[in-house]
Design a protein around this ligand. Structure first.
Ligand code: UDP
Length: 239
């Protein structure tokens, strides 16, 4: 393992949209291949990797009200969506020879292991990538919060949150041309500005436990590699 690694154990959060094609929904396999390649490079450097996958490319709980169904039911549908994404990602990673385990927070033993913290730690020690699926297993949460929770449980030193944009901006850069990008922002300021890139429950949990978050775009090659080597990529949220 290169001694120059800034982060030796990371929790990579991949939102559902990052797995989708241009239309923003479904699973776009060339995209998954690209992401897997980026992960492979970091794995080869000896970084220990946990991955939390989102489900927004398939279903989001907020859509429940629009369709006249219960929010909690809608949220369970969203959690199941993350499991579909996790299986797709697992397959693409394993085709590249990377050993993975999927652990679900809602038991589904025929297709994946249930989430058991000590078992997840053992997999990581053996150099396997653990893909966490099903979010927290509870409605009214998001996979961002699940990422913060699992990151703390597995002793990750940082959360790397992949988004469509290159970091955290003062406003949505896709809508506002005046938006400026931060290289660094404190947890308190992030929360005060009510920034939308990560949900406030997740950021609060990170703040209370001093867990840094790097928000970055997966579109540029070697982004994850550069981050673990300590290069300034995206925006870091820290104290
Ligand atoms: N979800 C949930 N509890 C969790 C994680 C996710 O209820 O702990 C549901 C929620 O409905 C959410 C959906 O799963 O809208 C998909 O997750 P998320 O929106 O976090 O995915 P992403 O935005 O990362 O694609």
């Amino acid at each position: 393992m290169p001694s120059s690694l800034k982060w030796k154990r990371i929790l990579l959060k991949i939102g559902g949209e990052a797995l989708a094609g241009k239309e923003g929904s479904g699973i776009f396999f060339p995209r998954l291949s690209w992401i897997s390649e980026e992960i492979r490079k970091v794995k080869e450097m000896g970084v220990s990797i946990g991955i939390m996958v989102g489900g927004g490319n398939i279903w989001r709980g907020e859509k429940a009200a629009q369709e006249g169904i219960d929010r909690a039911t809608g949220d369970y549908m969203g959690m199941l969506a993350t499991i579909i994404n996790a299986l797709a990602l697992q397959d693409v990673l394993e085709k590249r020879g990377i050993i993975t385990r999927v652990q679900t927070s809602i038991e589904m033993k025929e297709i994946a292991e249930p989430y058991i913290r000590r078992r997840a730690l053992r997999h990581l020690e053996k150099g396997r990538i653990v893909i966490f699926a099903g979010g927290t297993g509870n409605p009214y949460f998001t996979t961002d919060t699940a990422a913060a929770l699992r990151a703390l449980e597995i002793g990750a030193q940082v959360i790397l949150k992949a988004t469509k944009v290159e970091g955290i901006y003062s406003a949505d850069p896709l809508k506002d041309k005046e938006a400026i990008k931060f290289d660094r922002i404190g947890y308190g300021e992030f929360l005060r500005r009510r920034l939308k890139v990560m949900d406030s429950t997740a950021v609060s949990l990170c703040m209370d436990n001093k867990l840094p978050i790097v928000v970055f775009s997966l579109d540029k090659p070697d982004s994850i590699k550069k981050i673990v080597l300590g290069e300034k990529v995206g925006t870091i949220v820290e104290d």
